[in-house]
Design a protein. Structure first.
Length: 236
């Protein structure tokens, strides 16, 4: 499948348009409740949930605090609604492969769907400690997602080994899949610790490249060139 099927290319680099990937195809038009959720998601992603007040949300939506209170009595209910949307989108992303044998292109499509999802809800992963302290159900949901992600990565690796595209044992597949899940979920936090602050799209691109490059040592000889070509699209 060509790169352009799920991305556009700018200056020779692949691009992930996370800003356009709203849960369930939400838009800014329509019901006030949807507008509140979309705006809250954008503000949480940009400024962090702890730094965003209900008054900030109301101002951005251009409604009164009373109107916001009619739909969501407190910020916790906004977070809970966004978490429900994340759970629904995560279930769609973590679907096992539908066609066999599985190819590297199939894995690449899954990778993009995953990174679009995590970029759309990046505040959940960036503000992990503060969110789980205030909202324990957030921690439980993200824990289930992390376990599910590692399991789906492992399923892809095992199927790619069966199809001859990777040369990885069952034992190694379990280890590598965990490493891929860590890269997918926490690359942005690592970059923040090292002082590198990028846009959500650039972070997603670098994460995609890191995951593809992590597969190279396990690639079959006939597949290595294809993986290298895909990874090249994500070079900074």
């Amino acid at each position: 499948m060509p790169v352009g099927a799920f991305t556009y290319v700018s200056n020779g680099r692949a691009c992930i348009e996370s800003a356009s990937v709203f849960p369930h195809g939400w838009g800014m038009a329509g019901k006030t409740r949807n507008r509140i959720l979309v705006t809250s998601l954008l503000l949480f992603n940009e400024h962090g949930e702890p730094n965003t007040t209900t008054n900030d949300i109301a101002d951005e939506v251009d409604i009164s605090p009373g109107n916001l209170h009619y739909h969501f009595r407190k910020k916790e209910q906004v977070v809970e609604a966004l978490l429900d949307e994340f759970r629904a989108d995560a279930r769609r992303v973590l679907q096992p492969p539908e066609e066999f044998p599985v190819s590297i292109d199939d894995f690449w499509v899954f990778l993009h769907l995953l990174l679009e999802c995590t970029a759309a809800y990046r505040f959940l992963f960036r503000d992990l400690e503060s969110l789980t302290e205030k909202y324990p159900h957030v921690g439980r949901a993200l824990g289930h997602f992390a376990k599910g992600l590692a399991a789906v990565f492992e399923l892809y690796l095992r199927e790619l080994a069966k199809s001859g595209e990777l040369d990885v044992s069952e034992d190694d597949a379990a280890i590598v899949s965990r490493n891929l899940a860590v890269i997918a979920l926490f690359s942005e936090r690592f970059d923040g610790l090292t002082g590198r602050i990028d846009s959500a799209d650039d972070t997603a691109l670098r994460t995609a490249g890191s995951i593809l490059n992590a597969l190279k040592p396990w690639s079959a000889a006939a597949t290595l060139g294809h993986i290298e070509a895909l990874a090249t699209h994500y070079e900074a």
